[in-house]
Write a protein that binds this ligand. Structure first.
Ligand SMILES: [Zn+2]
Length: 248
């Protein structure tokens, strides 16, 4: 059986001498792994359109136990991110989060749009990479079934306070008066606004806010720890991104 779909190439591995196996986040089937024959031929359109960070229209043959891509046309190429090592390493982290956390073979339209939008904003705007990273992590978790309770303090019900905490294990907010102990991230008013926007706003307005200084670092710390707490696995690409960011 043959079908056509759009997909973002997340990862590639060389198989034997000429072929490769790519992990693709497709519109129709979610995360799937596909073979690409003769992919080492650098002049072929198929080879270049199935490189990581390419979003392509794919023609896929579905065999008994494998998928084979036999045609690919680029729709959007994000590999210009390669010109900026920090942005590239962040893009690779987004890809790794999708590779490791998405179930195989289940369409996840909203998450595919999320990673495409995140890559677009990373490539085409000068928005702070930490803000893009925070929004991606929080929204990814919210849409993947880890939506935290961020309406108000879980003890007294206050909507906001000068300082609130995000409880990482319980996925709840608590104000500084009610907070006693437990793994938690402090959030200023601005950082809390960022948290609520990233999790709740219309997808089209996801990156339409700004945050800077201490509030940005608070949101970034909270978003990353929230994802790591609930994914329960390390991400090598995240460590690499942090090394590169520290060098800059
Ligand atoms: Zn309270």
């Amino acid at each position: 059986m043959r079908f056509t779909t759009d997909g973002l190439i997340l990862k590639e591995q060389t198989i034997k001498e000429k072929d490769k196996l790519v992990t693709v986040f497709t519109r129709s089937n979610g995360l799937i792994r596909c073979f690409v024959r003769n992919a080492r031929n650098i002049k072929s359109v198929l080879s270049s359109s199935t490189q990581p960070l390419n979003y392509s229209r794919l023609s896929i043959y579905e065999g008994r136990d494998s998928y084979i891509i036999d045609e690919a046309d680029s729709i959007a190429m994000f590999y210009e991110l390669r010109e900026d090592l920090e942005k590239l390493s962040l893009a690779n982290y987004f890809c790794e989060v999708c590779c490791r956390m998405l179930p195989d073979g289940q369409p996840a339209d909203e998450l595919l749009s999320l990673i495409l939008n995140s890559l677009y904003v990373l490539l085409n705007t000068d928005k702070h990479p930490l803000l893009i990273k925070s929004v991606f992590e929080l929204r990814f978790m919210g849409v993947s079934g880890f939506m935290p309770d961020i309406l108000c303090c879980c003890e007294c019900g206050d909507y906001e306070a000068e300082k609130m905490y995000f409880l990482l294990n319980e996925s709840k907010l608590i104000c500084s008066r009610c907070y006693k102990s437990g793994d938690a991230c402090p959030l200023s008013r601005c950082a809390l606004m960022g948290l609520r926007t990233a999790l709740l706003t219309d997808p089209k307005r996801l990156f339409a806010f700004e945050l800077e200084g201490e509030s940005l670092y608070q949101l970034a710390d909270c978003a990353e720890k929230f994802l790591l707490t609930h994914s329960e696995q390390p991400f090598p690409s995240l460590l690499l991104y942090k090394d590169i960011r520290n060098m800059n």
